[in-house]
Design a protein around this ligand. Structure first.
Ligand code: FMN
Length: 355
């Protein structure tokens, strides 16, 4: 028996196994954030490869919430139509399609990694003014954001809820809220980036308020049967920043708000963080949140070996294992891992003559 290849039921949805494609920006959207054939083939290939859960890249709930002008979005009915064939193909392979709903905050309007330029994209090159809890840029060469007022914060909550409704119309069976990596929700959570004096800043409860309002609004939008995951940065890895103790409290509150699983990442709010990168380096964070908050978790970060992934689930450190770069290198990792761990890989019929 393999723990990794045991189904996982979250509300009304059952994942066929505990291997997920981690959300990864492809910087390949068409105009206005529409997903393209790239997304259909890229995400579709990982479904053919056997990942039980396919999470899209950070998909913006409003145009100004895109990290780069080439990010996908879900802020109009045209996006619904463009995502629908992609989710249909993923579901037809037996995988569960999920969308990561995101707002990039002060990290919006940046060049994609392989562009000629770095940092903020100027208006003249298709960029825009980002928004954030304050008016300080993330880095000197990023765009200077406008601080959200309370009406602007309310619009963000509404935008997440509206995008969640559109996600269901587009055929997504689960939703992940992106509250990690120094993007908007994390910017409100972290004392390093939230210096507000209104009801969305100050103590931990004030800083958690926006993320919890988004979680409640998304839960209300999708109804009771649809799983809602939330990706958090469990620690800022900086003295005086957000801590794993804060994350245990947040995870409990997220669960009370209707979140089913905390996808446990870290970092991103401060460029000066010193991150102890190594195999499975974020797994202890997922394990601690799972143990102390009693909330299902996902583990991510330098998980590459089938036995390593198996052990994480078998030992009760996490309920789900997310793979990023390893699934870029090898879309068939889940079938190969199943061959090692269960001797009964479920290769698609079309590929059985290969074995
Ligand atoms: C090309 C690339 C794009 C990424 N984009 C996102 C994203 O859109 N949303 C997100 O939450 N994390 C993103 N990440 C982080 C991954 O989801 C993952 O957490 C990270 O790569 C660590 O896992 P790994 O070691 O298995 O790659 C990205 C990572 C890569 C390599």
């Amino acid at each position: 028996m393999s723990a990794l290849f045991t189904p996982l039921t979250l509300r009304g949805v059952t994942l066929p196994n505990r291997v997920a494609l981690a959300p990864m920006c492809q910087y390949s959207a068409g105009p206005d954030g529409l997903p393209t054939d790239w997304h259909r083939v890229h995400l579709g290939s990982r479904a053919v490869g056997g990942a039980g859960l396919i999470i899209t890249e950070a998909t913006a709930v409003v145009p100004e919430g895109r990290i780069s002008p080439q990010d996908t979005g879900l802020w109009s009915d045209a996006h619904v139509d463009a995502w629908r064939p992609i989710t249909a193909f993923i579901a037809a392979q037996g995988s569960v399609p999920a969308v990561q709903l995101a707002h990039a905050g002060f990290k919006a309007s940046t060049y994609r990694p392989w562009a000629e330029h770095r940092g903020g994209v100027p208006d003249a090159d298709g960029g825009w003014t980002p928004v954030s809890p304050g008016a300080e840029p993330f880095l000197p060469d990023y765009r200077t954001p406008t601080a959200l007022d309370e009406a602007g914060v309310a619009e963000v909550v509404e935008a997440f809820a509206t995008a969640a409704r559109r996600a269901l119309a587009a055929g997504f069976a689960a939703v992940e809220i992106h509250a990690a990596h120094g993007y908007l929700l994390h910017e409100f959570l972290s004392p390093l980036t939230n210096h507000r004096t209104d009801g969305y800043g100050g103590d931990r409860a004030g800083r958690m308020r926006l993320t919890l309002e988004v979680a409640r609004a998304v839960r209300a939008a999708v109804g009771e049967a649809v799983p809602v995951l939330t990706r958090i940065s469990a620690t800022d890895w900086v003295d005086g920043g957000w801590t794993v103790e804060d994350s245990v409290v947040l995870a409990g509150e997220l669960a009370a708000a209707g979140v089913d699983l905390v996808d446990t990442s870290s970092g991103g709010a401060a460029a000066r963080a010193s991150v102890p990168i190594g195999p499975g380096y974020q797994v202890p964070l997922a394990a601690r949140i799972r143990r102390e908050a009693g909330v299902p978790t996902g583990a991510v970060g330098l998980i590459v070996e089938p036995e390593q992934a198996e052990q994480i689930v078998a030992a009760g450190e996490a309920d789900l294992v997310l793979l990023g770069r390893e699934l870029l290198r090898d879309p068939y990792w889940p079938h190969r891992a199943a061959a090692k761990l269960t001797q009964t890989p479920a290769w698609p019929n079309q590929y059985t003559r290969a074995f």
